[in-house]
Structure formats: C-alpha cells, structure tokens
Write a protein that binds this ligand. Structure first.
Ligand code: ATP
Ligand code: MG
Length: 424
C-alpha cells in the first residue's frame, strides 16, 4: 500500500533560506533597538500548564474558547502550546523572583500556536516578538514602548504604512460601569446584532466593540463611549501619555472602540495597524495589564507590554519593497579540491579560517573534476576560487582564480594565502 506523503501541518510553515534571511534581518533590527533601550531577553518554554492560559487570558476569549492546542501528557496533566507570551512571562518572572521591588524591561521572541483558519498573515504556528515591563506605574513607560515601536518602523522603513491607534480601558470599576451601560444599550437592540455579538452580550460584551460586522458597527455609532466613563486616575494617565507622545512627535488616532481580545488589560491599550495587508492589518498590539500578576497569584504589580507578529512585519516589508538588498549572504571564497588532495584541503582551509576568522569560505566536498567544481564556485557567489590541485600540492602552492573581476589568476604558497586574500 502506498504511504501517504508526509506534509507539514496546515498553518505551520517552513521557512526556507531566502525567507529566513528576511526574518533574521527583522529580528536583528528589533534586538538591536531593544538593546539600545536597555531591554533584556527572556526565554520561557513553549508548553505550559493549561491553567496558566485559562487563568490569564480569560475563559470567554477566542483564544481559550477555540484556539488553543491543548493535550494531556502521558501523566494525564493538561498542557497547552503557548498561544501568546505574556502569561508565560509573568509566570517565569514570578517563579524566579524578578517581579517585586525592582523594575524589569524584558523581551522575548518565538513561535506561538493558535488553531485559527490559516490565511495570509494568519497562521497556526506564528511568531511574535514581545516586550513586557514590570514595576512601572506611570504613563512614561507606556510612552517608551510606543517610542521603541515608532523607532523600529522608521529603521525598517515602514513608518509611512502604519498608524497608531490608542485607547484607555480605565480601571475595573469604570470598565464595569461602561459595560453595564453598553449592555443596556445593546440589549434593547439585540435583534439587530450579529450572532457572535449576541452571544458576547452575556459573556464578553466589550468584545462587541471590535466586531467586524458592519451593521453591528453602525449600531455602535450611538452607543455609550468608553472614554466617557474613565476614572480620574486613568484619565490623567491617558492625558499624560498623549502629551508625551505629542512631545516626541508620535502621531496617533484615539480609537474609543479599541479593546483587546484578552481579559487582562486596563488603562492604556494600543495597536499599530496597516491597510496594506487586508484583514490581517494589526502588526503590533499591546497595553497595560496591572491586574494580571495578582490574578495569577502574585502581588499586585504594574505591567505594560506588547507583541508584534513577525509574519505580518515581513509581509509588510515585502509589500513595500523595504527589504535591503543582499540579505542572503554569499560566501567570499570557494575552495576547489581537485584530485586526491582532501587531506591538504582540510589543512589549508582550517589554517585560512584561523588566519581570517571573518572569511566566509566554502570548501567543496564530494570530489568531481575541475569543470564541475568551477561551476559550483561560480554559483556560490564567491569572488575568488581557491584551486587546490594535485599537481601543485607537493610544492605547497594553491591557485587563486578571480570570479567577479577581470584579473589574471595567481599561484601562491599556502603560507601566503591569507596575505594574498587580504590584499586582493
Ligand atoms: P487578530 O485580531 O489579528 O486576531 P490578536 O488580537 O489575536 O490579532 P494578539 O494576541 O494581540 O493578536 O497578538 C499580537 C500580534 O501577533 C498581532 O497583532 C499579530 O501581528 C500577531 N498575530 C496574532 N495572531 C496571529 C496569527 N494567527 N498569525 C500570525 N500573526 C498573528
Ligand atoms: Mg486573534
């Protein structure tokens, strides 16, 4: 019986070299900027106990209701492949004593898993770079996060294609008061709501605000507005944040309907959105979540963070032709091993690597005649082929052939090879 061909899981992609070079560029740019702002990397496991996500993200959210990859391990414990990083980060910091009487500026990067309908910019294994900060209460740190992202967009050359949307969710009490007013307003018009929103009216009414349904959106035009319900402290926080952004020249739009899909946010929430990627327009999203540490069993700790989707960033860079040339690196030199000279080849190549640690040198493996190896040398992108040929090794010599310049070839002693390459 013919076996079924093995394939990757739907929505979980391979990254081939052309693409991984683009990812490395994005990742390196982010890591560099974060280093300049004094952020440190944290790494936590890909699998955590299911409870962690249920208790943090909230039972009545899309993620927990229908998107998690959850399974029992051999011991019968329920585990979940992380759908996001914030909960794990809080867990890791609490467990390792990083939270109290100190401040933390942390970042992480890696795969996240959500069982969603795969499409452009939406995958089941996708990748985020995230920041979480702890111990800072004021709007200055909220502003810092937005300045970091704004700088990142500038350095990546995509700043003209993204806009910052900003809102404040207030504290628990003001949100509760708003929720009540919203539910009262929408309940009177329940029959005009889409089915999803009708369901959310009981379970998670705030999420109705970001319904994609146009008639629901029309209904919301006259609904109570969250910002009108803000408590004084949240209003002050929001106003100061706006002043800081204005002072730094960061443009934003206040979107009073911006809520985040997760339960743990309060006060500041924001999204960077683009109109260049169709429905998957949010490239970066985050906000303040002062209640989460306590919700997970720790002591109340102010926190604010965000996550951006690497797939969407790379798509946007491609869309805007903003990727620099030559990301996929060629080698500088290609060592041809012609005839029975493998032992000499190892010696010459390793000596050369000692002498020139930054040289990108590819050694040909697997034999073959001069002609076939020369073809490979040309294909490698190297500017010089180092031809180690049986006839020349007795004299300790090697021939340099220039592949990208009109220059006569040259035979030199092995001992002079590094000097020759440095000068050519
Ligand atoms: P969306 O509204 O697009 O579903 P979300 O609110 O679920 O996004 P967050 O949980 O805030 O997303 O994640 C932060 C960022 O991670 C998003 O802005 C997006 O860039 C990226 N992201 C989220 N889910 C996916 C996915 N399934 N595939 C690719 N990127 C994703
Ligand atoms: Mg989602």
């Amino acid at each position: 019986m013919a076996q079924k061909k093995l394939q990757s899981i739907r929505g979980m992609n391979d990254l081939l070299p052309t693409e991984s070079a683009r990812w490395q560029y994005v990742e390196a740019t982010v890591a560099d900027i974060l280093g300049r702002y004094g952020y440190n990397e944290i790494r936590f496991p890909i699998v955590e106990s299911t409870d962690l996500f249920k208790r943090s993200i909230g039972e009545v959210t899309d993620i927990v209701e229908k998107e998690m990859y959850t399974f029992d391990d051999r011991n019968g414990d329920s585990l979940t492949m992380r759908p996001e990083g914030t909960a794990s980060c809080v867990r890791a910091c609490e467990q390792n004593g990083l939270l109290y009487n100190q401040v933390q500026r942390l970042w992480y990067m890696g795969p996240m898993f959500r069982y969603e309908r795969p499409q452009k910019g939406r995958l089941r294994q996708f990748h985020q770079i995230g920041i979480e900060t702890f111990g800072m209460e004021g709007p200055d740190i909220d502003a810092e996060l937005l300045l970091i992202t704004a700088r990142l967009w500038r350095e990546l050359g995509i700043d003209s294609a993204v806009t910052l949307q900003l809102n404040s969710l207030g504290n628990i009490e003001s949100r509760a008061a708003f929720k009540q007013a919203l539910v009262a307003y929408l309940s009177e018009r329940k029959d005009q709501l889409d089915a999803d929103s009708q369901r959310r009216l009981d379970s998670n009414p705030l999420r109705i605000l970001d319904s994609k349904n146009t008639s629901t959106q029309a209904l919301l035009d006259d609904a109570p507005v969250l910002l009108d319900y803000l408590d004084d402290d949240s209003r002050q926080h929001f106003d100061t944040l706006r002043q800081l952004l204005d002072a730094a020249g960061i443009k934003y739009v206040v979107n009073p309907r911006l809520v985040r899909g997760l339960d743990y946010y309060g006060k500041t929430v924001f999204e960077w959105v683009t109109d260049k990627l169709g429905a998957q327009g949010t490239v970066c999203a985050g906000g303040r979540y002062n209640g989460l540490v306590e919700q997970l069993g720790g002591k109340a700790t102010p926190a604010v963070g965000f996550a951006m989707g690497i797939e969407r960033l790379v798509l946007l860079l491609e869309e805007l032709n903003a990727l620099p040339e030559g990301l996929q690196q060629n080698v500088d030199a290609f060592l041809m091993v012609v005839g029975n000279v493998q032992i000499d080849a190892v010696k010459v190549a390793e000596q050369l690597r000692n002498d020139m640690p930054h040289l990108r040198l590819q050694t040909h493996c697997g034999g073959g005649n001069y002609k076939s190896q020369m073809k490979k040398a040309l294909k490698s992108g190297a500017s010089v082929a180092l031809v180690l040929a049986e006839g020349e090794t007795a004299a300790g010599e090697i021939t340099l052939k220039y592949l990208t310049e009109e220059k006569p070839h040259k035979t030199v002693a092995w001992t002079n090879l590094a000097a020759e390459l440095v000068n050519s």
